[in-house]
Design a protein around this ligand. Structure first.
Ligand SMILES: Nc1ncnc2c1ncn2[C@@H]1O[C@H](COP(=O)(O)OP(=O)(O)OP(=O)(O)O)[C@@H](O)[C@H]1O
Ligand SMILES: [Mg+2]
Length: 482
């Protein structure tokens, strides 16, 4: 970036890491004593400072380096400071400039401000004056820049095209997202672990009119029951032991934005009742007070259990279920969208190489075959970790080979087909083991036949329609294709 050496020639400044990142300022003043005073004051405040005595020297320096700040005397012996200022501002519109003039130069100073200088100083002045003006101006510019960058990054990360998938179940997800993002209604995202529920929630937020307001996450499964209410709704000072000050809850923090309630099924019945009230009345009460506060947060909830089943079993309020489930996004497990695996794997390989400053890695055909035939109980997160592992193991090679993939991928068939040989004391769940075996057998046959269902059915001694029925019931692939 900025070179401290270039920025501070002749000042005798030491170069260290802090200075390399310091803001750079050029001081142009022909009166040596004044110039040195300003330089010293700036250096004390951590600026990397260069100085010029003449207009010619100033012009040369300004053409060779993009300073953050400029302090320039308008009355230089060999040049008009105003010309130099204009030239510099034309070149670097972001430059923060302060002009110095003698008494009687006010009119010129005002002209300089119109041209884009941030302030002017009339001699004599306190040397700390330009220092604090520059500090504020440069900081403000830095903040603005960082904000813009952050926003661009976020938008990039959570645009829908950050979500990979061309399989039929994912196309369905995309069309729901496009419909639902601009609205304010509640969304329930349902999917197994690692299927991308949080990614989807964030994408909805960043594609909604609420994108400039906060996205606040609340994980109902990770917060002890006793603390959850205060966390969600806030508390007032003295509401309970340890409540030493008023505190905003997540609902308030998400004002005008989105509140993401993860693992919503873990909420206690008491908390469910309070959440329902908040959604119905659009107001909350902080713990320790009964004064209601209006809220305006869009709620997106996520769950990896079948919430409707939980309702039937009495573990989740039915009325709350319907409040949350205004729109529902069902994320398919990765094994039901195997065709998305290559694109996902390639994206993760690229990302992981980039993060580690390594050259790009290609995934060999054999490794890809292994990725395709595994059934990914941990879904996309597990795939991401497996590819990251492989990139780390690839050393100096530019391609990923099967042996670089984690161990579990090398025995998927065994892992999926061998029934438990020892029966634990608490017994086993017969039907879930049988359906697991059924799934394993079918997937193996489909692999063997390269996805051809007619041939797979033959291998299984089943009719094609029976196989398709089973595929549908087990949620494997897309039975209508092929
Ligand atoms: N369609 C996708 N395209 C690209 N990356 C994805 C996709 N879906 C998920 N990911 C990535 O997979 C990882 C897991 O996703 P995420 O954390 O959103 O899953 P989750 O469903 O919330 O998991 P859990 O139930 O364990 O909380 C993240 O790194 C996410 O960026
Ligand atoms: Mg999650």
């Amino acid at each position: 970036m900025t070179s401290g050496e270039d920025a501070a020639p002749g000042t005798g400044a030491r170069l260290d890491v802090a200075e390399m990142q310091a803001s750079t300022v050029l001081v142009v003043e022909d009166e040596r004593e004044l110039r040195e005073l300003i330089v010293e004051a700036l250096e004390k405040e951590g600026f990397a400072v260069a100085q010029a005595e003449t207009g010619a020297d100033a012009t040369a320096r300004l053409r060779g380096f993009a300073y953050d700040g400029l302090i320039i005397d308008l009355g230089l012996p060999d040049a008009n400071g105003m010309d130099i200022l204009e030239d510099a501002l034309g070149r670097y519109p972001e430059l923060r400039a302060i002009v110095i003039t003698g008494i009687g130069g006010i009119e010129e100073a005002v002209r300089a401000i119109r041209r884009g200088a941030v302030d002017f100083l009339i001699k004599p002045f306190q040397v700390m004056q330009p220092v604090s003006v520059l500090k504020t101006a440069i900081n403000e510019r830095r903040l603005r820049r960082e904000n813009a960058e952050l926003r661009a990054q976020l938008q990039d990360r959570f645009r829908f095209d950050a979500i990979i998938g061309t399989s039929r179940p994912m196309m369905q997800v995309f069309s729901t997202l496009e419909l639902v993002a601009p609205m304010h209604s509640a969304v329930l995202i349902q999917g197994e672990t690692g299927t991308g529920k949080e990614l989807i929630a964030r994408s909805i937020h960043f594609n909604s009119p609420r994108r400039d307001f906060p996205f606040v996450a609340f994980n109902a499964g990770a917060i002890p029951e006793g603390l959850a209410e205060a966390e969600l709704f806030g508390h007032v000072k003295g509401a309970f032991t340890g409540a030493i000050a008023n505190r905003m809850g997540r609902f308030e923090l998400a004002d005008r934005g989105t509140l993401f309630i993860d693992e919503v099924s873990s909420m206690s019945m008491a908390l469910q009742a309070k959440l329902l009230r908040a959604l119905q009345e659009r107001e909350i009460e902080k713990v320790g007070t009964s004064r209601p506060i209006k809220i305006n947060a869009r709620v997106i909830a996520a769950t990896n259990v079948d919430l409707l089943k939980l309702v039937k079993d009495g573990g989740f309020r039915e009325d709350l279920y319907y409040r949350l489930n205004v729109v529902r996004v069902a994320l398919p497990p990765l094994r039901a969208r195997q065709e998305d695996i290559p694109m996902l794997a390639q994206r993760f390989a690229r990302q992981s190489a980039q993060h580690n400053n390594l050259p790009a890695r290609a995934i060999s055909q054999e490794a890809m075959r292994l990725l395709m035939r595994y059934d990914w109980p941990g879904n996309i997160r597990q795939l991401e970790n497996a590819v990251e592992h492989a990139v780390a193991m690839s050393g100096t090679r530019t391609d990923i080979l099967p042996e670089m993939l984690p161990e579990e991928l090398h025995q998927p068939d065994r892992a999926r087909t061998v029934p438990p040989v020892t029966i634990p004391d608490e017994g086993v769940d017969f039907s879930s083991i049988m359906s697991q075996m059924e799934r394993d057998l079918i997937l193996q046959c489909l692999q063997k036949t390269g996805g051809n269902k007619r041939q797979a059915a033959k291998l299984l001694s089943l009719s094609r329609t029976t196989l398709i029925d089973k595929l549908q019931r087990l949620g494997i692939g897309d039975p209508s294709a092929a």
